[in-house]
Design a protein around this ligand. Structure first.
Ligand SMILES: Cc1cc2nc3c(=O)[nH]c(=O)nc-3n(C[C@H](O)[C@H](O)[C@H](O)COP(=O)(O)O)c2cc1C
Length: 161
């Protein structure tokens, strides 16, 4: 709704179905849900991650999914933007930034933002139509899409990162 018209946004809905990360199964046959996660991440031009903060940290389910991606190639150099839905959440956002960086994702800092969305009980339309939320979100999405296009055009012309 706030994404540029030429972008399609696919919501990953599999977090709750992933098993707890276990590096011992990396070398064996991966669970189907993990293969599907890696496929979806591999197919995406960029990843937009928006997460609540629980107990001053990244929710375990999200960190679990990121841990499953560490052993694959799909996350490497992938453009990533982070949307922090609460200015009160001071811990999870920088933790996620660090995790994305150490996993060799390409953090697009200009497209990362913090907005007071949490607790407002707004649906997607309500957020898009809110004058304090919709316009900055749309700008961040445009910045993210521009950065993605730039990344892939640099890759084609042989410029690294
Ligand atoms: C168990 C629990 C722990 C939470 N811990 C934090 C926290 O440490 N920091 C924070 O900013 N918000 C915390 N929150 C608030 C959530 O991040 C979120 O803003 C709130 O649940 C509203 O979400 P909603 O807009 O989806 O209803 C916590 C919420 C719950 C239920």
């Amino acid at each position: 709704m706030v994404a540029p018209a030429d972008a399609s946004v696919i919501i990953y809905k599999g977090l709750a179905n992933l098993p707890a990360f276990n590096p011992d199964v990396e070398s064996q046959d991966l669970p189907q849900t993990v293969k599907e996660l890696r496929k979806q991440v591999g197919n995406a031009d960029g990843l937009l991650i928006s997460s609540p903060e629980y107990a001053h940290g990244v929710p375990g389910s999200l960190k679990n999914a990121l841990d499953w991606l560490v052993g694959g190639f799909e996350f490497i150099d992938k453009p990533v933007a982070l949307l922090n839905p609460s200015p009160h959440s001071l811990f999870a956002h920088p933790q996620l930034m660090e995790t994305v960086r150490v996993m060799s994702g390409k953090l697009i800092e200009d497209a990362c933002l913090t907005l007071p969305i949490a607790g407002k009980k707004l649906d997607a339309t309500g957020i898009a139509n809110d004058l304090t939320l919709g316009p900055p979100l749309a700008r961040a999405m445009q910045t993210f899409c521009n950065a993605i296009k730039q990344t892939y055009s640099d890759n084609r012309s042989g410029k690294a990162r």
